[in-house]
Design a protein around this ligand. Structure first.
Ligand code: URP
Ligand code: ZN
Ligand code: ZN
Length: 487
């Protein structure tokens, strides 16, 4: 019997810190040796001329998720995971969305039933908390944590989802006491409502007004408030989909001061602009997301923050709503910008875009690419070193990239359940050709070779925030039992 199940030979391995030529030996789904002339294997994958990278971890995507107003994303765990795998990902962490009136346990059970038997890659959930009842705070969030769901997301906007500052403090405190990470959609709801009401009253209803109704100030104010609240109780916080230099600057400033504040941006803010919302008819609806697309100066500034390390992750925020009556056009062709589902697809495009413009374009190193696409997410979300790196003992979650293959992104090669790609026609160089998950091929030479249902739930651990000292707020004496002390 061969010593190993699989050996990947002749490739160049890159981790978040190192790049080196070595073979990778895999047994029982784990990486068991790195080196040369490792021995015999059942299967040999020739990676000569290719990059052998940790499989991507897509840490912000909406899969089989209803919005608060009832719209369902077009991708389920089958199609969403397949699209993610084609895009070089070997794990993903969609949201399990609690809506008001639902318990947390009911929410997680529902998403378990949606994911089980469907996914081709490993998955976890971030729990969206929209109804932080006393029972949820006391019992259900700790139970979710014990169940391996170690990140909670809250919204500061959207009428049916948003929580107030005191509820935010409650959730941050519970998260802190269990070592969980809170994530936040940070936009000032009052500013958005105030402008939107005036625009609609004035007959300005087209998709382009969506961008005007979500100004940079709305993001900056909410990020500032969110960081202030998190620092007040010394809780870790990740600001999702940061879209402005103002917001990124606030994240960078807090990080410089040692606060446990993390930032995420998304390809749409690096590659698209609000001009895309101005397309004829309702076509601009395809480019509506919140926060909205900005301008080219913003793109440049956000790229600099990517380079400088402000952002720990670049995620897709894949929120797929088709351009038909099941999605973007559910309220008809005359719908106002307030009545159109927010979000756009991009789970398969995230890494090719980031690799092409980032690595091949000379904006970031290959090691930064690995950190942004996999390793940082694994650390922040409690999966490291099982996932997100190439090391002995880690899961053999590996993406083999051809760094010189040039493709055009098209809805046809995204393999999601969408009828458009916002990145249609964009040329990228660098393409993931083979993806392994726990040593099993999911994508092999550009074809799907895995069965839905092979993906397993990732029971995540407490994230490691070593290196972020945080700050104790003097007014918060732990003896007063604010729930903010670490267990
Ligand atoms: O517009 C967006 N991003 N829709 C998805 C939900 C969210 O806010 O992340
Ligand atoms: Zn959001
Ligand atoms: Zn989102």
């Amino acid at each position: 019997m061969a010593q190993f199940d699989t050996i990947i030979t002749g490739g160049t391995i890159a981790t978040a810190s190192d790049t080196f030529d070595a073979d990778v030996a895999i047994r029982d789904g784990k990486i068991v040796a790195l080196g040369h002339d490792l021995g015999a294997a059942e299967r040999v994958i020739d990676a000569k001329g290719k990059l052998v990278l940790p499989g991507g971890i897509e840490a912000h995507c909406h899969i089989a998720q209803e919005s608060a107003t009832g719209g369902m994303t077009s991708d389920d765990y089958r199609s969403g995971s397949i699209s993610a795998a084609f895009g070089g990902n070997s794990s993903f962490v969609p949201f399990a969305a609690q809506h008001r009136g639902m318990s947390v346990t009911e929410t997680l059970d529902l998403y378990d039933s949606r994911a089980e038997g469907a996914s081709v890659i490993d998955y976890g959930y971030h729990l969206i908390v929209a109804d932080p009842t006393e029972k949820a705070l006391q019992d259900e969030l700790p139970a979710a944590f014990a169940r391996g769901v170690t990140s909670f997301k809250v919204f500061m906007t959207y009428d049916l989802m948003k929580i107030d500052d005191s509820q935010f403090l409650d959730i941050l405190s519970v998260a802190r006491s269990h070592g969980a990470l809170t994530m936040v959609h940070a936009e000032n709801s009052g500013i958005i409502k105030w402008i939107s009401d005036r625009l609609i009253a004035g007959g300005h209803t087209a998709p382009r007004y969506h961008a005007i109704s979500h100004p940079a100030a709305a993001e900056a104010e909410a990020i500032n408030r969110a960081i202030t609240l998190a620092r007040f109780v010394d809780a870790p916080l990740l600001i999702v989909h940061v879209s402005t230099p103002e917001g990124a600057g606030l994240v960078a400033g807090a990080r410089l001061e040692g606060a446990k504040i993390f930032g995420e941006t998304c390809p749409q803010y690096l590659f698209l602009t609000k001009e895309d919302l101005d397309r004829p008819g309702m076509d601009g609806a395809k480019f509506m997301c919140s926060p909205p697309l900005r301008d080219t100066a913003t793109q440049d500034a956000l790229w600099r923050h990517v380079q400088a390390g402000t952002f720990s992750v670049v995620s897709s925020d894949h929120a797929p709503y088709r351009f038909d009556e099941t999605g973007k056009l559910a309220n008809g062709p005359e719908a106002t910008f307030k009545q159109i589902a927010n979000g756009m697809p991009g789970i398969a495009a995230r890494l090719p875009l980031l690799f092409s413009e980032g690595v091949n374009g000379g904006r970031i190193t290959l090691n930064q690419f690995v950190a942004l696409s996999a390793t940082n997410a694994a650390r922040i979300y409690g999966m490291h070193p099982r996932k997100g790196t190439i090391a002995i003992g880690s899961d053999a979650d590996i993406a083999i990239w051809d760094p010189s293959e040039t493709r055009r992104i098209s809805v046809e090669n995204q393999h999601d359940n969408m009828d458009y790609s916002p990145f249609e026609g964009r040329e990228v160089t660098g393409w993931p050709v083979t993806v392994l998950s726990r040593g099993e091929a999911v994508i092999e030479n550009g074809a799907l070779v895995a069965e839905p249902g092979r993906g397993r739930f990732i029971h995540r651990e407490r994230p490691d925030f070593t290196g972020y000292p945080g700050t104790q707020t003097p007014e918060l004496d732990p003896a007063w039992n604010f729930g903010a002390e670490i267990n």
